[in-house]
Design a protein around this ligand. Structure first.
Ligand code: ADP
Ligand code: MG
Length: 683
């Protein structure tokens, strides 16, 4: 109780009894600086010690025993594989335990203490064993009361029981934490209070505690996420936009010049944009469609409309190569209609740059294509009315402010284009402020990409097939997880793969290398050389993931495919299948284990929207669209596959807004919502 009047969530972690400078440093390394950070450091899972068996009673399956370690040793079996074996004993008998690549187990167990071991009891190589069990010091687990033990994400150099000790110390503080949500809402939705929920997860008594605690915290996360996006939507509606009238003849003449007919989905998307244009509220729309579904054509049609009303369009691409590609595509589509296209990237310099800048400022260029630098630096537009952002889902508040400044207090219409499909639940929550147009069908006559899962033994045969394709003038990507070799594991790197290929039957082809540590100019040069067919094979990390268009490349071979996410694999596959050649995607397995469901799904479907939904279901809560993929999305508990809770939160947000509630009355909720409002989510 001594903390109640001195401590709050922002109090430094060192103020907690038992946390000295050394511990604080280790916690800080894991991103835990304040009392709030540790209170919200939620368990990854809970270990159930309610059913401890004795060794002689074990049946194959997931088991927990309480035992002492009699002997333990670790050996290096081959590079990247260390095996630790131990003999465990309780009163009833003995049992072998095996860990793969967890050499620290030896030290941990050597002291003869008693532990709980939880793991898979199975028959392997002619004997029964306990495989990769987790361990829990049995003296730290209170015998009767608490047998559901929270397991926290490992913190380097800290024992997990120390985290539990700190939290136990904070227990009185946690139970005093005020409610963040409107109390009426908590009652209506029959949720646990905030403090109840936190206590339920850190100190559960029953499995139901855990479920209810998670439910409450997940609800709150979704509620603030949805509220943030709805507030952004309201803010957008207050901005002054440009009304661009629908001019049927302009659209007709653009469509007439196309060498193909638009698909129904393209038509619908174009119509949705044209309608948004006509309103005085600025458009804020996301255009989704797999690679090659024809988004650029739709965006060009819209740019044509904008130009006809005297407004300029800016298209921003993630890289210079893509900007150049877009500039060429747009020029071919738009210049016949009398709409001029200019390119402005970092490599346009000197007098040429000045000329482009002048033209943009005078209104002499209708459509300007560049990288994100277009809105960042000093480019002055005569009348910027339409902004297209390629391969980025959402524009942050800061970027939008820049746009406002550039167009004299008016907000240009925004269209974000992406080939990464967003599942419906994400569109409703994270991207709720955006309107969404979807191009789901591919233009007629596209050959589907053939996708196969390849086991290690089939590698030589595959190389032969690749050689045949290269001989016929095709090109291949080979994708690896790593740039350099890592002695800790067997995962293939760009470095080692290039070496291996050079010594294989593919060694006589021209092999290029690409990865994220190279300088930008260097990377772009290599991509350009591959596009110009100066290489037959390009060994690369996922840096080729973003929309590069090299129609002649028809093979993509993905090493250690099980280490990539589903969305990522689909994006990578989209690098091929863009030309007239039959294209292939090969998913290489690193072991003889059966392929994961992820790989089986992608090998049987070419539909990015279907795969995005599956991806969401296959991932666990929290890891969905996490930091690596989608910017800082602050989800600790909520599961974006949980459509029921999303619907509940959505309804509650609607009520909150329509009841005229103000965030000013909920300061802590407000802080969280504002954080979510400011997020910029990069693709
Ligand atoms: P995305 O930007 O969605 O990847 P693009 O707009 O670049 O797709 O279109 C990919 C290719 O398909 C381009 O060569 C384009 O000319 C062509 N294309 C677009 N729409 C159609 C259509 N309806 N029918 C046939 N080809 C099309
Ligand atoms: Mg594209």
């Amino acid at each position: 109780m001594r903390y109640n009047y001195v401590m709050n969530l922002l109090t430094n972690i060192t103020q907690i009894r038992g946390v000295g400078p050394a511990t604080a440093t280790k916690l800080a390394d894991a991103g835990i600086h304040t009392v709030g950070d540790i209170v919200y450091f939620l368990p990854r899972k809970h270990e159930d010690f309610t059913a401890v068996s004795s060794i002689t009673d074990l049946h194959p399956g997931k088991v927990t025993i309480e035992a002492r370690c009699e002997s333990v040793n670790t050996r290096l079996v081959r590079r990247g594989l260390r095996i630790t074996t131990a003999v465990l004993a309780d009163k009833s008998g003995k049992l072998n335990a095996v860990w793969f690549n967890q050499p620290y187990r030896a030290q941990q167990l050597a002291k003869g203490d008693k532990f709980y071991f939880s793991g898979q009891f199975e028959y392997s190589h002619g004997r029964y064993q306990l495989t990769n069990p987790s361990t829990e010091h049995s003296t730290n687990t209170p015998k009767q009361s608490q047998r559901l033990v929270p397991v926290y994400r490992a913190i380097r150099g800290l024992k997990s029981q120390l985290v539990r000790k700190i939290l136990t110390e904070l227990k009185p503080f946690i139970s005093m934490l005020p409610e963040t949500l409107p109390s009426q809402l908590v009652a209506q939705e029959k949720l646990m209070n905030r403090s109840e929920a936190l206590l339920a997860l850190h100190f559960p008594n029953t499995p139901e505690d855990i479920t209810r605690g998670r439910e409450r915290l997940a609800f709150e996360e979704l509620f603030s996420l949805i509220l943030a996006s709805q507030l952004n939507r309201q803010d957008n509606a207050k901005l002054q936009g440009y009304s661009i009238p629908f001019k049927q003849p302009i659209v007709a003449s653009f469509v007439k010049r196309l060498p193909f007919t638009l698909t129904d989905d393209q038509r619908r998307a174009a119509w949705e944009i044209i309608q948004d244009f006509a309103a005085s509220i600025p458009m804020n729309r996301l255009l989704q469609g797999d690679v090659g579904s024809g988004k650029t054509v739709v965006a060009s049609l819209a740019a044509c409309q904008a130009a006809s009303a005297g407004y300029q369009t800016a298209l921003m691409a993630p890289t210079e190569i893509l900007a150049r590609q877009h500039a060429n595509t747009l020029a071919a589509l738009l210049e016949p209609c009398g709409v001029s296209v200019g390119l402005l990237t970092g490599s346009v310099t000197g007098i040429a740059r000045q000329k482009v800048l002048d033209a943009i400022a005078r209104g002499g260029v209708d459509v300007v294509v560049g990288t994100h630098a277009l809105i960042q630096d000093t480019v002055q537009f005569a009348q910027l009315g339409f902004v297209i952002i390629d391969e980025q889902h959402r524009f942050g508040v800061a970027q939008r402010q820049k746009l406002l400044d550039k167009s004299g207090g008016h907000m240009p219409h925004l269209l974000a284009m992406t080939a990464t499909p967003i599942p419906r639940s994400l569109a409703l929550t994270v991207y709720g402020e955006l309107d969404v147009s979807i191009i789901r069908q591919q233009p007629k006559g596209r050959q589907p990409i053939i996708t196969d899962i390849i086991t290690p033994t089939a590698r030589p045969g595959l190389y032969q097939h690749i050689a045949d394709e290269l001989n016929q003038g095709g090109q291949a990507y080979v994708i690896c997880n790593l740039i350099d070799d890592n002695p800790e594991n067997d995962i293939k790197s760009v470095e080692s793969t290039q070496r291996v290929l050079k010594q294989s039957t593919l060694g006589r082809y021209r092999i290029g290398c690409l990865h994220g540590k190279m300088k930008t100019a260097n990377k772009e040069q290599i991509m350009q050389d591959f596009a110009d067919h100066k290489y037959d094979i390009l060994v690369s990390t996922t840096v080729v993931e973003v929309g590069v268009d090299i129609p002649n490349a028809n093979i993509i071979m993905i090493e250690d495919a099980e280490h990539f996410g589903l969305a990522q694999l689909h994006q990578l596959r989209g690098r091929v299948g863009r030309g007239i050649r039959q294209s292939y995607c090969y998913l290489m397995l690193s072991s003889h284990n059966p392929p994961s469901q992820r790989l089986r799904e992608i090998s049987t479907s070419n539909d990015g929207f279907y795969l995005a939904e599956i991806d969401l279901k296959l991932r666990g809560p929290g890891e969905i669209y996490g930091k690596a993929q989608h910017g800082a999305l602050n989800l600790r508990v909520a599961n974006l596959a949980d459509t029921t809770t999303i619907a509940r939160a959505q309804k509650s947000v609607k009520n909150f807004i329509s009841n005229g509630e103000s965030l000013d009355d909920y300061p802590e909720l407000a802080e969280n919502v504002r954080y979510n409002q400011r997020r910029t989510i990069l693709n």
